[in-house]
Design a protein around this ligand. Structure first.
Ligand SMILES: Cc1cc2nc3c(=O)[nH]c(=O)nc-3n(C[C@H](O)[C@H](O)[C@H](O)COP(=O)(O)OP(=O)(O)OC[C@H]3O[C@@H](n4cnc5c(N)ncnc54)[C@H](O)[C@@H]3O)c2cc1C
Length: 286
């Protein structure tokens, strides 16, 4: 197995263009598990750990741009204010050891429907920045990035450079159901983000469909029915939960049944929206 070790972003893009079958490795918390269990035996590994550009966290024209190699621990420590939903999801990933190594870029690269970063990226309208040597930069909205189970819109000669997301202008929450409290793959998960200036509620569903996805009907319902100047109407809240559950197409598997997942999604949707709404009302009253 070849081991490619670029030290700059340009070198990394050139290596991927010359050898598209090379498998990128960042934290290695997915890649090494697959190699150790013989799930795949890549002809080459493209180690991105020396590429400093992938560690950048910056604010560009009011948008947070976070390098694909930034580990969860830095999302938690540095971005809790700007991207609270993603930071909250990051706190639920694996263990401290995993959070020190593993990255959002790696979660995107793996594109597992159960990846914890996906629901908050969807709810917060994130855009994924990918690049190839020969065709340059592509900006892919998170909602268009996930194509199937562990399949994404990334082309073989492309690498993920960063994700971009506007700092939260309203409360954001993430919730995850697992078979225990830590070191657990989500049975299902849900993220909500309030966008008060647009009078919009963003959603993200995890581990309850072949890909992470938004609950579009629920979002449209809230755009039409939510009164931003009043208390949260229990009937609206209930319908929001139902529509979020309806947006899922879960399966029965070892972690949970499809019925349970739908039920849990409705509960998480109601719960996270209530938390977010209470924060929003409190901030307005202050
Ligand atoms: C014990 C354990 C617990 C875990 N718990 C969780 C959990 O709670 N929640 C969760 O979501 N995940 C969990 N995971 C899975 C894993 O940690 C995450 O998916 C993590 O985000 C992967 O990041 P990484 O940097 O380690 O990726 P890697 O393993 O380095 O890469 C993952 C995939 O992304 C690709 N890739 C990496 N960087 C790039 C790039 N810049 N451009 C293109 N492709 C790229 C790789 O080729 C590979 O296909 C767990 C894993 C372990 C071993």
């Amino acid at each position: 197995m070849d081991f490619l070790r670029p030290t700059t972003w340009e070198e990394a893009l050139a290596a991927k263009a010359d050898q598209p079958e090379a498998v990128p490795i960042q934290g290695g918390t997915d890649v090494m598990v697959e190699i150790n269990f013989d799930v795949r035996r890549p002809v080459a590994l493209l180690d991105l750990n020396q590429v400093r550009e992938l560690q950048d966290v910056e604010l560009v024209d009011g948008v947070q741009r976070v390098g694909a190699g930034v580990p969860y621990v830095r999302v938690i420590e540095e971005l809790g204010g700007a991207l609270p939903g993603l930071a909250q999801a990051s706190r639920t990933v694996g263990s401290p050891q995993i959070r020190n190594r593993a990255s959002v870029g790696g979660n995107l690269g793996a594109a597992s429907p159960a990846g914890d970063s996906h629901p908050p990226l969807l709810a917060g309208d994130a855009v994924i920045e990918v690049e190839s040597r020969d065709r340059g930069v592509r900006l892919i909205p998170a909602a268009e990035f996930y194509l199937g189970v562990k399949r994404s819109a990334l082309e073989p000669d492309e690498l993920i450079r960063a994700f971009r997301m506007k700092p939260a202008e309203g409360p954001q929450y993430f919730s995850k159901v697992g078979t225990r409290n830590a070191m657990v793959i989500a049975v299902c998960s849900f993220a909500v983000a309030l966008h008060p200036s647009e009078r919009r509620v963003g959603t993200g569903i995890g581990s309850a469909a072949p890909t992470p996805r938004r609950a579009l009907e629920a979002e449209a319902f809230m755009a039409a029915e939510l009164d931003w100047d009043a208390r949260l109407d229990p009937a609206v809240l209930k319908r929001f939960g139902e529509l979020c559950a309806r947006a899922a197409s879960p399966i029965d598997d070892v972690r949970g049944t499809a019925d349970y997942r739908r039920h849990a999604l409705a509960v998480m949707a109601r719960r996270t929206l209530t938390w977010a709404w209470n924060d929003y009302r409190k901030a307005r009253a202050a």
